[in-house]
Design a protein around this ligand. Structure first.
Ligand code: CA
Length: 230
């Protein structure tokens, strides 16, 4: 059975989370402090962690950073702080996703299922999304059977998004992955290249079916893993 650890000091919310996650057939462990969370992650090895940022002993981000020193368990952060900077910080600290309080339990459950599906990461060799076909091995992209000519930068951006289906990839992560270690704040590069990529793939920023912009935070490949392993 899949075990989910819920880390939340608000007792009523923790109980509500536990009940809703358990109702979907998951096994749930619950703790109220960061210290207890670290112990349980190490000892029980849950398959997913739902982590509140505001904890009484250790800040949620510090808990996440410590978890990442010994575990790559998917972590979904709960944050009451509706601030872009916090969202970027948690993603850069290694969270897989975040949900802002107050949240719809269905949204959390959907994120939870998506995070579980992503691990372990199996990169498909061929990704299909509508009339787009991305051959991850030969690094070729086609649209309705016609080759789409992408620059190296566009291709690398696309690969970084496609490798993480459904996942929010931050601007800083993309800049580091595609442009290199010294980059991280040049978000204007991303705006230009993502716009080019969208145009070539026939995607519409206002009504996206491939690449979703999370304003000020990053981008998400929303067309699914949709690939075959052959
Ligand atoms: Ca709290």
């Amino acid at each position: 059975m899949t075990t989910v650890l819920v880390v939340e000091d608000d007792t009523a919310l923790r109980r509500a989370l536990t009940i809703s996650i358990r109702s979907r057939g998951f096994d749930v462990l619950e703790v109220a402090t960061g210290e207890a969370a670290l112990v349980v992650v190490a000892a029980e090895r849950p398959q997913l962690v739902v982590l509140d940022l505001g904890l009484p002993d250790i800040d949620g981000i510090a808990v996440l950073e410590r978890v990442r020193t010994f575990s790559d368990v998917p972590v979904i952060v709960l944050t009451a702080r509706d601030r872009q900077a916090d969202k970027v910080r948690v993603l850069d600290a290694g969270a897989d996703d975040y949900v802002t309080k107050p949240f719809d339990p269905e949204e959390l459950l959907a994120r939870l299922r998506a995070a579980l599906r992503r691990r372990p990461t199996v990169v498909p060799t061929l990704v299909r999304a509508g009339d787009i076909e991305i051959d991850m091995v030969r690094r070729r992209v086609s649209r309705a059977g016609e080759v789409v000519h992408l620059t190296r930068t566009e291709l690398e951006l696309l690969e970084n998004l496609v490798r993480n289906p459904g996942t929010l990839v931050t601007q800083a992560q993309l800049l580091r992955e595609v442009w290199g270690e010294g980059y991280g704040t040049e978000t204007n590069y991303l705006r230009v290249y993502i716009a080019q990529l969208r145009r070539k793939l026939g995607d519409d920023a206002a009504n996206p079916r491939l690449i979703l912009t999370e304003p000020g935070i990053g981008y998400r490949w929303i067309a699914g893993g949709g690939g075959s392993q052959d």
